[in-house]
Design a protein around this ligand. Sequence first.
Ligand code: NAD
Length: 470
Amino acid sequence: MVAREHTFKQSVDLMFERAAATLDLPSGLADQIKANNNIYMVRFFVKCHGSYQIFTGWRSVHSEHRLPVKGGIRFAPTVNQDDVEALAALMTYKCAIVDVPFGGSKGGLCIDPREYDEEDLERITRRFAQELIKKGYINPALNVPAPDMGTSDREMAWIADTYRNMHPEDINAIACTTGKPFSQGGIQGRLEATGRGVFYGIKEFFNHPQDVKDAGLEGNLEGKRIIVQGLGNVGFHAAKFLEEESGARIIGIIERDGAILCEKGFSVEDVAAYRAERGLAKGFPGATYVADGKRILEEECDVLIPAAVEGQITLENARRVKAPVIAEAANGPIAFEADDVLRQAGKVIIPDAYLNAGGVTVSYFEWIKNLSHIRFGRLDRRLEAHRGVQIIDAIEEMVGKPVPDHLRSKLSYGADELDLVRSGLEDTMSTAYQTMREIRNSRDNVPDLRTAAFVIAIEKIAQAYIEMGL
Ligand code: NAD
């Protein structure tokens, strides 16, 4: 366990307070926005292989200024109430920053999922879900979970099925979770969404030459040296898209069992396949292995992407971090005091509450798809393709020459669900970055992107409360 000066929730609250202090809010409103509204803790038992085992879980609701509230369910042996409340608060701010009309929530079950077979895990997940459903902590109108660390589309399908069995009359039952398998009401592009959002966010940073220059870098992402911590859902997809779609070099990958380094850059797919086969990154051909993986957070690179767990950069190691840009793909990887140290050292931090919001953005699209009971693009895809053909015909008639084949296929293409999801996600991430930098650049008392992100969230939530008359 990493030594931290404050708990995760205190760290999030301190970042919130730093931003709230720059605003002129009615007395008491900042405290109301900051406070977690409620939390449900449940203990239940499940019979596994003949013995009774007791499990402890939580679901925290941070803010209900918008409903439903939204946030992942984490399965990890280290989960505790403080972390769940911190993550729920971050969800509220995250949704506000990227304009997703949800409040914030988070759940956690204290379990090491690797110690259970699939059958046991299904019974444990369904039992946990029943407890939360009975109390209204899972419901398509009130509280909609998604995957987080240790859970995936599989758990979301089990939870949605449990809800549907308990509420067969609810026509929107399937919208009670997001991040489901596609065949169970999921949406194309959800699995990759958080990592893809991280990629779009970093790409947008590099679209602003002044921001790049302020970080002491130049140019675009092409050839940039990147180190990623955590090759799970978020880290894998972020690294893969950075490598494949921007030409950046992934020169370091840090995992639980150590780190691997390769100056010419990894094929992220190959590393993931190697790990899937052997369970470890150690021994990956052509790479240098470092047993003390955490030390590689301090290695020279252009962009450091902590994408594993919270509390990785603390006062203990912050001064040794060399990367000029730290892109927080995980939730809370930088503790509050370390954030100060890094900012004073001139590092640019692209904050978690913005950067990993791709998952909840696409979850929002999935929830809308579930409520409308129709996949995106079903009504207009063919129409769009026909329009394209008509435009090609018109151009050819006017200029008397055929449109080249590569343009013909692009023009006569109708967007499918994945195209629409990626387009909506890219637009969301770009627009939110621009809003953040605009606030940072235009307000003297907002010196960095994290404070700007919190300012956006606080202003939007405050406005919602004031307009509601509460
Ligand atoms: P995951 O369980 O799929 O992956 C986490 C990875 O990090 C695993 O490969 C694990 O082995 C590795 N890891 C764990 N502890 C480590 C350590 N101390 N050092 C190095 N590697 C370590 O989880 P995920 O869904 O990718 O989530 C990662 C982070 O992103 C979490 O902070 C999570 O809250 C956040 N997040 C996830 C999503 C999502 O859609 N999955 C959305 C927003 C934020």
